[in-house]
Design a protein around this ligand. Structure first.
Ligand code: GRG
Length: 273
């Protein structure tokens, strides 16, 4: 992943994307909204989704132009807005190594800052990219909401099936990775078949990314996560069915991913779930 982000063409594109994201996040007539939206943007984040947009554009032999840069910025703005809503729902206090907006400003303000970021991305996509890209992003926000809804209904079910978990993470995470690739393919005027291939690639990337992210919640040090480790487990939520085994026997948890996976494979509890 570091290799992708450090590719010179992508690093160069990401600098332009960054300027665009900050301009969009700071575009309200109300300075208070600009300051708060800017806080989550400047707090950090890997910019993985916009990097995928740029990488897709380059894969089609194009130097990312203004429309692709804006599309990449919209993708990140949607991601950041969804994080604000997610933290609100979880009553989380830390994100990207900083205090969350809900902890800092209260839930009401955090809610509208998240709304502002989502709506601002939609407006930029329709006015500065294209209608097909705006449609993809709007449909993706719908999927994000649906995936997150499934999380709220299924996450506390210890008998949650792999099928249910996959459906949920396809919506809440993989859909935006899929869109990150698809919007660049659309801007490159790729064929329907090429678009479908890029969309499928992005979706798989997102699924694997979320599974690893859930595991990292258990194993990574807090300073890497930007929030306390083990949050999911402590809240008794079942991010993946096999994590049920860890909830029942926390001694399976080790401080690196490989050791935890090996312990899970040896665990008989996994077979019960
Ligand atoms: C309608 C957009 C909308 C929101 C309501 C709250 C919600 C529905 C969806 C949120 C879904 C969510 C938070 C998914 C998490 C995805 C994820 C793996 C986040 C972490 O991504 P990283 O590691 O984060 O790329 P950085 O900070 O590096 O950008």
């Amino acid at each position: 992943m570091d290799e992708l982000l450090n590719t010179p063409a992508i690093a160069h594109g990401l600098r332009k994307v960054e300027t665009r994201i900050r301009r969009l996040a700071g575009s309200s007539a109300l300075p208070g909204i600009n300051t708060s939206a800017g806080r989550i943007i400047t707090a950090g984040g890997k910019r993985l989704r916009p990097a995928l947009t740029l990488a897709t554009s380059l894969a089609f032999g194009r130097t990312p132009d203004r429309r692709v840069i804006t599309a990449a910025a919209c993708v990140e703005l949607i991601h950041a807005g969804s994080l604000v809503h997610d933290d609100l729902m979880d009553h989380a206090t830390q994100r990207r190594g900083a205090r969350t907006l809900n902890a800092e400003l209260g839930e009401g303000k955090a809610l509208v800052i998240g709304d502002f970021m989502l709506a601002r991305a939609g407006l930029a996509a329709i006015t500065s990219v294209s209608r097909p890209v705006a449609e993809v992003l709007a449909a993706t926000v719908v999927e994000l909401a649906e995936g997150q809804y499934l999380e709220t209904t299924d996450l506390h079910d210890p008998h949650r099936t792999i099928e249910s978990a996959l459906r949920s993470i396809t919506g809440k995470t993989a859909a935006l990775f899929r869109a990150s690739c698809l919007v660049a393919a659309i801007c490159a005027r790729a064929s329907a078949e090429e678009r479908a291939r890029m969309a499928a690639y992005g979706e798989r990337f997102g699924l694997i990314f979320q599974i690893l992210d859930d595991l990292l919640d258990l194993t990574a040090p807090a300073e890497t996560l930007g929030k306390p480790a083990g949050n999911d487990l402590r809240q008794g939520v079942y991010t993946l069915p096999f994590l049920t085994a860890l909830a029942k026997d926390p001694s399976l948890l080790h401080d690196d991913v490989d050791a935890t996976l090996a312990a899970l494979r040896r665990s008989t509890i996994v077979e019960d779930t």
